[in-house]
Design a protein around this ligand. Structure first.
Ligand SMILES: O=C(O)CCC(=O)C(=O)O
Ligand SMILES: [Fe+2]
Length: 370
């Protein structure tokens, strides 16, 4: 489906020469020492959701390995519920496109000044380049905000409530199926099962975030800086490319290409901590848009988060609640790059984990050869 942005949008196309300069700066940018010259495409595992729900060993095994190795995978949702989620995603895109094309002051009526719900303008969080800001705007629909009567959410939600509730409930069901399969694979019992820290009736920051990455924004504001997700599982619906992950094997930034009928899933820090660091929460980022034919990029991200009071132990051994980790992480997402570098919070300690694994690998090779 081709998404076209209205000429009334406040975002204008950058001249091609300008984009080339930005592209070079982006490729040379050392936001992380893991940057590779030219990103390739990621080879991720695929899990079939309907097979997983029937407990087929090929699928439960692939899910476990994907969480242990890459922390990212494709989930085939074509055979589930007559592909309703895919049809709903198409409808949601057709609502997002005119909504985001509205005048800025109109959208800002739904800006709540908090990262908890509502509209967030371009440039709120850190961008890809040093000292730059991000290049996306979004509408966040939290479970908490939609339960308030009347819900404190933008008109896009209020006028399409049946569709968006169905989509969010479908996303929740998918993530709970994944958690349940992972709990079985790890032989977790009773309160230690992952689903038990994600009960739908308990307060949590679970949300659907609808993102628009306009093709062109003000100087240097594009993409999203590298990070790991703070929550448990993220479902990413996107028909246009832009997502990149840092391969723990090759240390290169690989493009995650969209696949029809598949949603991209990634493990967040909280699930990694709950798994005793057995799972990986992979480092990823959103790249600028370079394809001349690509007019912008629409993404729906469903972020399953643990119950507010769920206790976790972070990568530095500090104990805190899932809510405290979430709030701390959001402060860091917003901070300048120089502040982000002063702690391991932005990537949940995954960069250090990858470096340590590399160091012990080369020490083992030296010992064998020496
Ligand atoms: O734009 C994307 O594909 C990724 C968004 C993302 O990683 C996030 O919001 O956490
Ligand atoms: Fe993310």
């Amino acid at each position: 489906m081709t998404i076209r942005f209205s000429s009334h949008s406040r975002f204008r196309l950058a001249p091609r020469a300008g984009l080339t300069v930005i592209y070079r700066r982006y490729l040379n940018h050392d936001a992380t020492k893991h940057t590779s010259a030219i990103p390739g495409s990621a080879r991720l595992k695929t899990v079939d959701l309907s097979g997983l729900r029937s407990r087929e060993l090929s699928e439960t095994g692939a899910l476990l390995r994907a969480c242990e190795e890459d922390g990212f995978f494709y989930l085939d949702i074509r055979r589930v519920n007559n592909a309703q989620m895919i049809k709903d995603w198409m409808l949601i895109q057709s609502l997002m496109q005119p909504w985001f094309a509205r005048p800025f002051h109109d959208k800002m009526r739904y800006h709540c000044g908090t990262f908890l719900h509502g509209y967030t303008p371009v440039g709120t969080y850190a961008g890809l380049l040093e000292n730059s800001k991000d290049g996306n705007e979004s509408i966040k629909i939290t479970d908490v905000a939609r339960r308030v009567d009347p819900p404190i959410l933008p008109d896009l939600y209020l006028e399409n409530r049946a569709l968006l509730d169905r989509f969010m409930d479908g996303c929740r069901d998918i993530t709970i199926s994944l958690l349940s399969s992972l709990s079985d694979s790890l032989d977790l019992r009773e309160s230690s099962r992952f689903e038990q820290s994600h009960r739908s009736y308990m307060p949590a920051n679970t949300c659907l975030n609808l993102f628009n990455y306009p093709k062109s924004t003000r100087g240097g504001q594009f993409g999203q800086n590298k990070h790991t997700d703070n929550g448990s599982l993220t479902l990413l619906f996107a028909n246009q490319q832009g997502l990149e992950i840092l391969s723990p094997r090759t240390s290169s930034w690989d493009r995650v290409l969209p696949r029809d009928g598949h949603v991209v899933v990634n493990v967040g820090d909280t699930l990694r901590f709950l798994s005793g660091n057995r799972f990986h929460s992979s480092i990823h980022r959103a790249a600028p848009i370079f394809e001349p034919s690509q007019q912008g990029r629409l993404v729906a991200g469903f972020f399953l988060r643990a119950e507010d009071h769920c206790m976790i132990e972070d990568n530095e051994g500090s104990k805190m609640t899932a809510r405290q980790w979430h709030d701390h992480k959001y402060d860091i997402y917003k901070s300048l790059h120089s502040i982000q570098r002063t702690s391991t919070v932005l990537t949940g300690g995954m960069e250090e984990h990858i470096d340590n694994a590399k160091r012990s690998q080369s020490a083992a090779i030296e010992t064998r050869e020496g």
